[in-house]
Design a protein around this ligand. Structure first.
Ligand code: NAI
Length: 506
């Protein structure tokens, strides 16, 4: 059983009602409060309907339904929470409002009651600084929807007592949630780790490399993400996502690693917030994306041989087979023939750099992504000097087996490589800052963000040395500290260790 006997939840909106249902289902008495009485009733009604649905589907018994509903009650005044030994705040995201509430609660509850905040962006230490006993204050950051997202960040403010963290973690585990204990660091753990996927996609968009729909398709098919970054922006709301980006960037004193996108403010001013306004990066009608009309490309004659700059024999065979199904010939010579279409397969480099380094004929050379997702979606990268008919032949030949082909503009690391490398590098930085241990980082990111791997596991899956090469190429291309290598990554590559290798704290 849990060490808490009665939980008071303050704020009965989307998060408060979910938290109440989670703990009532786990066997704890919960009192639900809100400054608006109707919000309490709505939350109780919402939870009743949700539990009744679960009972109708046979997920819980009628007895469990009845006792769970009995455990959730309304508290119309704050005073009714006086007997609670845990108070979880889920009110409006405003520091003054939260500090005022915590001061009032301290006057009301017993000396050893724990005060927790569900804030997603405010410093727990700052909230606690308004309290007489900051050691009893911690963050308890759930994700929406609370009962389905089986993770909570248990945030240790600078003065939080260890026992408080342990009790909250035990309670979360008892309710079936993974408790990721994190320090009071900007974005805590999950919102910090999430600052690579969307922001790097916005950077790719800002450079005119590809459209939002292309970027989404490539990241879903080539790296296995369930949702593309632009679909996600539209779902969450660009206003919400941008506020998180700005807040984390500010809290890290404008570290360029976290620079938000300058594309966003105008989109916000235009009301392009996503699903909730009917238009974001996509347009919606009755909740569904309005697809752009598909443009069918006229077939072209494939009348030039191909030459491939790729030393991986298995990949050469695969590409050769696709080309041959298109009726094209793959040359085997060390140097391309005088008429050959030259395919380079860079890791990290952009097409221009790879072509210049190999001194290949500019008009007849382009880049093909072979590092990530060749079997599900092909990505060809053009450059300003490419002949249009060469591109048309390459596009047609490389899609001859039915795998869709995307054509993007020149980019160091195509799309998948650079987004992957950015996620891994940021994960390494989080590990380097000792925000959490590698196992907690990877598990939390998978649970909270739904990534197919955690950032460090992703790096090991694709090879830490490859990730380092991609980052170095990005850094060389842009000469920006945004792409600087995390020491955690560099050291593990130097020592031949997995990125998940933990390290002692000082
Ligand atoms: P919401 O707007 O759905 O609900 C907030 C509720 O708090 C409202 O019913 C409001 O009447 C009530 N309230 C406001 N000030 C109050 C006060 N002083 N005393 C009592 N009740 C008060 O908001 P939501 O989405 O549930 O968020 C609540 C908190 O959880 C915020 O701090 C938010 O940042 C955080 N959070 C939200 C997530 C989300 O996805 N919505 C995810 C994780 C954290």
């Amino acid at each position: 059983m849990t060490t808490f006997k009665q939980i008071g939840v303050i704020g009965s909106g989307a998060m408060g009602r979910g938290i109440a249902q989670l703990f009532a289902s786990a066997g704890v008495e919960v009192l639900l409060h809100d400054s608006r009485s109707e919000a309490i009733e709505q939350a109780l009604m919402h939870n009743r309907e949700s539990l009744e649905r679960a009972a109708a589907k046979g997920k819980i018994s009628a007895d469990v339904l009845a006792v769970t509903l009995e455990r959730m009650r309304a508290a119309h005044t704050l005073q009714e929470l006086a007997g609670c030994d845990l108070l979880i705040e889920a009110i409006v995201e405003n520091l003054d409002a939260k500090q005022k509430l915590f001061r009032e609660l301290e006057q009301l509850v017993s000396r050893d009651a724990v005060l927790a905040s569900n804030t997603s962006s405010l410093s727990i230490t700052l909230i606690a600084s308004a309290c007489e006993h900051p050691q009893r204050v911690a963050g308890f950051h759930f994700f929406n929807p609370v009962t389905l997202m089986k993770i909570v960040e248990v945030v240790r403010g600078e003065r939080t007592a260890t026992q408080v963290i342990e009790r909250l973690s035990a309670l979360a585990q008892h309710a079936g949630h993974f408790a990721a204990v994190t320090p009071d660091s900007p974005g805590f753990l999950v919102n910090h780790a999430g600052r690579a996927y969307g922001p790097e996609a916005l950077r790719i968009l800002a450079e005119g490399i590809a459209t939002p729909a292309q970027i989404d398709r490539i990241l879903r098919d080539c790296l296995g993400f369930r949702m593309g970054p632009f679909e996600l922006f539209d779902l969450v709301g660009l206003d919400i996502s941008h506020a998180v980006m700005e807040s984390i960037h500010d809290q890290f004193y404008q570290d360029p690693r976290y620079t938000p996108s300058s594309l966003v403010p105008a989109r916000l001013a235009a009301g392009l917030l996503g699903r909730k306004t009917g238009q974001g990066f996509y347009r919606y009608e009755e909740g569904r994306v309005v697809e752009d009309a598909r443009v069918e490309l006229p077939p072209v004659a494939i009348n030039q041989p191909f030459w491939l700059d790729c030393r991986d024999a298995a990949m050469r065979d695969k590409i050769g087979a696709v080309l041959s199904s298109a009726g094209a010939v793959l040359e085997q010579g060390e140097q391309p023939g005088s008429n050959a279409i030259c395919l380079v397969t860079p890791l990290g480099e952009d097409a221009s750099s790879a072509i210049a380094r190999r001194q290949l004929p500019v008009a007849r050379s382009l880049a093909l992504e072979t590092f990530a997702g060749f079997d599900r979606r092909r990505v060809l990268m053009r450059h300003p000097g490419l002949d249009a008919n060469v591109l048309a032949q390459a596009r047609q030949a490389l899609g001859a087996d039915g795998v869709p082909v995307e054509v993007i503009n020149d980019s160091p690391g195509f799309i998948a490589q650079r987004v992957l490398a950015s996620i891994v590098n940021l994960g390494c930085e989080i590990a380097q800052r000792r925000i959490v241990d590698p196992a907690t980082l990877d598990r939390a990111v998978q649970l909270a963000l739904g990534y197919p791997h955690g950032p460090l596991g992703f790096g090991d899956q694709y090879g830490a040395m490859n990730i380092q090469q991609i980052l170095q190429a990005l850094h060389d291309c842009y000469q920006e500290p945004r792409y600087r290598l995390s020491p955690w990554l560099r050291r593990r590559v130097q020592l031949g260790l997995p990125l998940t290798t933990a390290e002692e704290s000082a």
